[in-house]
Each structure stands twice: as C-alpha cells, then as structure tokens.
Design a protein around this ligand. Sequence first.
Ligand code: FE2
Length: 227
Amino acid sequence: MLTEYHCHILPGIDDGSDSVETSLKMVQRMYDQGVRRIVATSHFYCHREESVAAFLEKREAAFRALMEAGPAVKDIRLGAEIAIEHGVSETPGLQKLAIEGTDLILLEFPYRKFEEWMEEEIDNVIAKYDFTVIVAHVHRYLDYYTEDQMDNLVNLNAILQINNEAFENKKEKKLVKQLIAGGYPLIFGSDAHNLKTRKPNWDLVKKKADPRVVERSDRVLDRHRIV
Ligand SMILES: [Fe+2]
C-alpha cells in the first residue's frame, strides 16, 4: 500500500495546506498518484509552540475538519515533523509526537552547518524514549554538510526519509542510489505543502524508483507498530 510518510496536508496548522479545500485537493492528487496511506507530519517547533498538548489540540481540530470533509484517502495517521533545536529532547510530552501507533519520530535538522549538539539531541531522544528516529529529507543537507558529516548523518542508525523530488536532482539522486545500494532503510514522502510549488509528486517515484524499494518503504509503518 503506497504510503506517504511526510506531508503538510492538515489545514491551517503550519506553512502547508491553507484550507480544508486545499487539503482535499492535495489528498485527491495523492490518491490519483496511487497513495493509499498518509502520515500527516505538521511542523513542530518547540520554541514556537506553547506546549505539546496545545499543538496536539490544534492538530486534532485540523484533522477532524479534514476527515469530516471526506478525503479520498481515509487512512491518515498523525505525526509531526519536529525541528531539532537546542533542548528539543527535553520537551515535555515529546513522545506524543511519534507517528501514532508506532515508535517512529520524524526529526528535521536545521538548514545550516552541522554542529555536534544536533547529534546529541538525537542521541538524547533515542536514549530517553527508545524511539526509532526518522531523519527527514536526508538529501537536503548535502549543501550544508561536509562529506564526512553526510556520512555520519546517514549512519546515525536512523531511518532515512527521502523526498520524492530527490529523483529530479542529479546530486541528490546519486546519494539516493548510494543509499539504496548500501541497503539503508529508506522511506519516501512528497513533503507536499500545497498544490503548486511543493505539490504531491508520487508520479516521480512511480517513474524512477525500483518498486521493491518503494514496497520496503511502505512496510516500515507496519513493522514499527506498537501494541
Ligand atoms: Fe516537511
């Protein structure tokens, strides 16, 4: 079942979908491209949010509004894209931001030079909650990190999330190919925010990715279910 692991389809909660109408269209576009399961990963910045509880309340309201409008894909799971910031691992209630029903947590590195504390925050998150970390759009750090730092990043013992658009960029595609050849655990997502500039783009994956690699991605959600 084609699974979208990273997108901003919930209406009015972050810089993604601006309305229920846009959300419905985004989900419809995904459905038309073959997606049957979606993890909604709204941005979470610990320094901006009042609390995890307040964020969850907002997210629940946005989710309810979308579901009441009857989206084309019914299987929508809630998660978050958590920005790695100083002290993020100490955020009270952080465990509630894991993808619902799983031990998976999606973390986004800052878009700048790598610094040691970023990895320390990840280590703390793992040590404290025993989560499986997903590194969001791992290829987007190619412009910021040295080769050694990239090497370190992909070997963090995390699941590596790839944005579908990586297949369109020569340098990023090369990295994805290396990761596939190296047997790294990869999952895919559109990171769609809207219908124009950052839109659902699963047609790219269908065209350019080995179906077996996509199937492996799809299975990750089931393999990490917690009972
Ligand atoms: Fe995102």
